[in-house]
Design a protein around this ligand. Structure first.
Ligand SMILES: Nc1nc2c(c(=O)[nH]1)N[C@H]1C(S)=C(S)[C@@H](COP(=O)(O)O)O[C@H]1N2
Ligand SMILES: [Mo]
Length: 215
């Protein structure tokens, strides 16, 4: 077989076709498909908050759910832990551009909470409030996703104080600022009320796949 310039070009093109050259990169690199635009993966678990981590023992913790619901509830630690437990593995996407893969969370699913409190038809938004004074808002439709959790454990261990223990929200499909640590209260409302970062220029919804970082 003689190796003419034309043969070389054809061989190169066959190679490009096999390698998927010029495609989005998702085929050649499955990792890319997992990383939203502008994010980079890290193995660390950085701590980000307002600098006032409440020091709360489980026995001192409780949370309430109210507003436009038929059945407001208050859970102390025992009542919370008596609810059906769910485990999920999710990726974290922080608006500061770090992403952390494969976080295993254990806790009570938002779906279960919704089945108990029964939001009224008027309720379209939630405001999460935390023990450090932090707040964040999200549409009910986002909270109702099947991967949203009120988590008490991370990687099989109780959530540390710095990462929001005893209980934090985990909303995997939105930037991590929506995942309120040291959860204290959830209000259902017909109106959208901006939370701490949303008042300071962050996007109202915060979908990493649409790069909704800022307003
Ligand atoms: N209560 C509370 N929750 C919070 C915050 C906060 O300051 N207070 N910061 C948010 C932000 S901006 C991020 S990125 C994540 C960080 O969670 P981590 O410290 O566990 O990584 O928590 C979110 N939840
Ligand atoms: Mo953040």
């Amino acid at each position: 077989m003689n190796d003419t310039p034309k043969d070389k070009l054809i061989a190169a093109k066959e190679r490009w076709a096999r390698d998927g050259r010029g495609l989005t990169g998702e085929k050649a690199s499955p990792a890319h498909r997992r990383l939203p635009p502008g994010q980079r993966e890290t193995a660390d678990f950085p701590v980000l908050d307002l600098g006032e981590a409440p020091n709360m023992l489980p026995r001192d913790w409780s949370m309430t759910v109210g507003g436009q619901v038929d059945n407001p509830i208050r859970w102390d630690w025992a009542a919370f832990m008596a609810q059906p437990q769910t485990e999920i593995v999710t990726d974290i996407h922080c608006v500061t551009t770090w992403s952390r893969y494969d976080n295993r969370w254990t806790g009570v699913s938002a779906r279960h909470l919704l089945s108990l409190v029964r939001p009224r038809p008027t309720a379209k938004f939630l405001l999460l409030r935390s023990y450090d004074g932090y707040t964040t808002n999200l549409p009910l439709a986002r909270f109702a996703d099947d991967d949203v959790l009120l988590a008490h454990s991370w990687q099989g261990e109780p959530l540390s104080r710095e990462h929001g223990g005893p209980v934090r929200a985990v909303v995997p499909k939105l930037y991590f600022w929506k995942s309120a640590k040291w959860l204290r209260h959830i209000t259902f409302s017909d109106r959208d009320t901006a939370g701490y970062w949303e008042l300071r220029g962050y996007h109202d919804e915060g979908d990493p796949w649409r790069e909704q970082r800022y307003k």
